[in-house]
Write a protein that binds this ligand. Structure first.
Ligand SMILES: Cc1cc2nc3c(=O)[nH]c(=O)nc-3n(C[C@H](O)[C@H](O)[C@H](O)COP(=O)(O)OP(=O)(O)OC[C@H]3O[C@@H](n4cnc5c(N)ncnc54)[C@H](O)[C@@H]3O)c2cc1C
Length: 534
């Protein structure tokens, strides 16, 4: 490397790291190094939305983690994909654009994080956004991150909307506007039929700046300390160990699983645990790796009475050619969508004040997300509880920085979570039986007719439940004993170090997590630059 000192060293070029690299290098005043463990993103299937299925189990672009055996999921180890390479998880995710509920952020503020309420964060959601609908009270029209409408309606999704209306769930044309509740089509992180990942939106325009250096295949192995100040990062690239210094700050953006891992490997975490692992304690911070939260999904699948599903298109040459033609001529159709056409935010429990479940509707079915589609016409109503009470942990298993940490989400460890999942599955079944869907929805494939009682439904969730890919909260923001970062995302008790990624969420937002992470990094970049200007 030409220079082993940069003003800022960012670890991880995922959703958050890409935003930081762009924003911190934009004024030309600061030198920035971005370290990414994975490769560049020049793999065709990252960029075509339907390539989701190709990257779901990819050995290079996906870390392909598994949880520890889950005690309340019949000891199953749940597959946890995570993006690896430029763009991180935004290069392999389902492209769905959801911000969460306004109340989520007001709750963050109420927990003692002034400046993170809905009204405070809305400007950052708008600043990042290049919405195909243009600018408005709730949306931005000239940011880097493209968010687009799905160009073509699908008869199944239209019938789902009508069916949900029968159940009293209103239509919603904008889940990211005044209110989230309702049913409708999603907006996606796409531009003209191509994925708009963090790397495409933020890194591509910035990567030729002389003050930004991007190193791929460079995995951070520990932080370098100067007392209780983060002075730099040690990393491994093509088998060679190097060290780089940070004149101003080290910014951890390795995601909710690997940011706490790197802190623990570097001696920041619960002292007794670190000692047990044989790691010298730099700073006793018990919350590192605690407070893990994730959205557990139950995938309710039905046979469809007409051959209008993506299963059908994929099964024969004419269907595949039609999909290709739709994409080539109109940048529409399944290739431009990936998986889900639309969603629904509804209340499963009577006491819920705001939607407590989210549905993702796919005009396809498969044994698991991203797997080969069934050889019959099928669809999936994927349902998740929005604000689980279960809490888990991410803890290193060894001192080897290349070994995966132990991930233990403890799904279904609260009664509320069990009840919400059961009622959510029942709501999916109720929706499938509406008049509007009677012409299209056939037999229930899973859970299947033999699953009847609430206990049987819960057993189905235990046997088949999966992640909807939103682990967060493992370096939570706050000022209580479990908090890892303060409201400026600075690590408590340590100088020159912030965590800026999904791990800082004190509570999981009510929706998909990519847009919230972009917002977090946008806001962080302002705080970092303001500190630099002081
Ligand atoms: C399969 C899948 C589908 C999803 N679908 C959606 C969706 O449709 N909509 C939505 O809003 N959200 C979705 N998400 C979630 C969303 O993409 C993530 O919440 C978000 O990308 C997290 O951003 P992050 O910056 O915290 O972490 P990431 O984007 O995961 O970035 C972390 C980066 O750090 C790198 N890294 C890790 N350790 C090191 C190290 N030691 N040294 C150097 N680099 C390191 C990783 O390789 C990675 O590039 C999905 C996620 C997945 C995995």
């Amino acid at each position: 490397m030409e220079s082993a000192i940069f003003d800022y060293v960012i670890v991880g070029a995922g959703t958050a790291g890409c935003v930081l690299a762009d924003r911190l290098s934009a004024n030309g005043k600061h030198s920035v190094l971005l370290l990414e463990a994975g490769p560049s993103d020049n793999y065709f299937w990252i960029h075509l939305p339907i390539g989701y299925a190709k990257t779901m189990f990819h050995p290079v672009y996906n870390w392909g983690f598994y949880t520890e055996p889950e005690p309340r999921m019949n000891k199953r180890q749940v597959y946890w994909p995570r993006g690896r390479g430029l763009g991180g998880s935004s290069s392999i995710n389902g492209l769905i654009y959801i911000r969460g509920q306004h109340e989520d952020y007001d709750q963050w503020a109420a927990l003692g994080n002034a400046g993170w309420g809905w009204r405070d964060v809305l400007p950052y959601f708008k600043r990042c956004e290049l919405n195909s609908r243009g600018a408005s009270e709730y949306h931005g029209g000239d940011g880097p991150l493209a968010c687009s409408d799905i160009r073509e309606r699908h008869p199944l999704m239209d019938a789902i909307i009508a069916g949900a209306n029968e159940l009293g769930v209103p239509a919603n044309e904008d889940f990211n506007g005044a209110r989230q509740e309702g049913v409708g089509y999603f907006q996606l992180f796409t531009r003209n039929g191509w994925r708009c990942s963090g790397a495409v939106a933020y890194l591509k325009p910035a990567r030729n700046r002389p003050n930004l250096r991007i190193e791929t295949d460079a995995q951070a192995t520990s932080l370098v300390w100067d007392g209780k100040r983060a002075a730099g990062v040690r990393y491994r690239q093509h088998g060679v160990e190097s060290e780089v210094r940070a004149a101003r700050e080290v910014l951890l953006a390795a995601g909710a699983l690997q940011s706490p891992q790197l802190l623990q490997l570097s001696g920041v975490g619960r002292a007794s645990f670190l000692q047990q692992m044989g790691i010298p304690v730099t700073h006793d911070l018990p919350g590192v790796g605690e407070n893990l939260q994730d959205h557990l999904q139950a995938r309710v699948m039905f046979k469809v009475k007409r051959p209008i599903t993506i299963n059908d298109d994929l099964r024969n040459l004419t269907g595949r050619m039609r999909m290709g033609w739709q994409w080539l001529t109109r940048r529409s159709g399944p290739l431009a969508i990936g998986i889900n056409y639309g969603g629904m935010f509804a209340r499963a429990l009577p006491e819920a004040k705001t939607p407590d479940v989210q549905f993702h509707f796919a005009a396809l079915s498969a044994e698991m997300a991203g797997a080969k589609t069934h050889p019959w016409s099928g669809c999936t109503f994927s349902m998740c509880q929005l604000r689980p009470a279960s809490r888990g942990t991410v803890m290193i298993k060894s001192r080897d920085p290349l070994a995966a940490p132990a991930m233990q989400p403890n799904y279904l460890s609260s009664e509320l979570d069990c009840r919400t999942m059961v009622e959510g599955v029942k709501l999916a079944r109720k929706l499938a039986r509406t008049r509007a869907l009677s012409e299209l929805i056939g037999d229930e494939y899973r859970p299947g007719g033999e699953v009847k009682t609430d206990d049987e439904v819960l057993e189905f969730v235990r046997n088949y439940g999966a992640t909807i890919f939103h682990p967060v909260g493992t370096c939570k923001m706050g000022s209580d004993a479990q908090a890892v970062v303060d409201k400026s995302l600075r690590v408590h008790g340590i100088a020159g170090l912030r965590v800026v990624d999904a791990s800082i969420m004190p509570t999981l937002v009510s929706g998909n997590t990519n847009a919230p992470v972009v917002m977090i990094a946008e806001k962080a970049s302002d705080m970092i630059l303001a500190d630099a200007a002081r």
